[in-house]
Design a protein around this ligand. Structure first.
Ligand SMILES: [Zn+2]
Length: 90
């Protein structure tokens, strides 16, 4: 096993293909403006950003975080049934 790492050259990217600098400046669009972290407590590799303040999860599409409250899942007041749970795929 060789050490994991990028074989090619290019800009440094963080989790989910997001720029670490971008992650630094991103904040939750909710009034709490909480810190966003990649993945979820249950699945750190999930293509979502989880607000550390309100717990909302925002999808990341093609490396682009969709920071819209209308697209967020979870968080306070989210009493929608979580019926569309995806079983571990693969
Ligand atoms: Zn938040």
């Amino acid at each position: 096993m060789s050490a994991a790492g990028d074989a090619g050259r290019g800009p440094t990217t963080g989790p989910l293909g997001l720029d670490p600098v971008l992650l630094e400046i991103l904040a939750c669009p909710a009034p709490d403006h909480g810190e966003l972290r990649p993945g979820t407590p249950d699945d750190p590799a999930a293509s979502v950003l989880t607000c550390q303040s309100c717990g909302r999860r925002f999808p990341v599409t093609d490396g682009i975080p969709v920071l819209l409250l209308s697209e967020a899942t979870g968080g306070p007041g989210d009493d929608a049934p979580v019926a569309s749970g995806t079983p571990a795929d693969g």
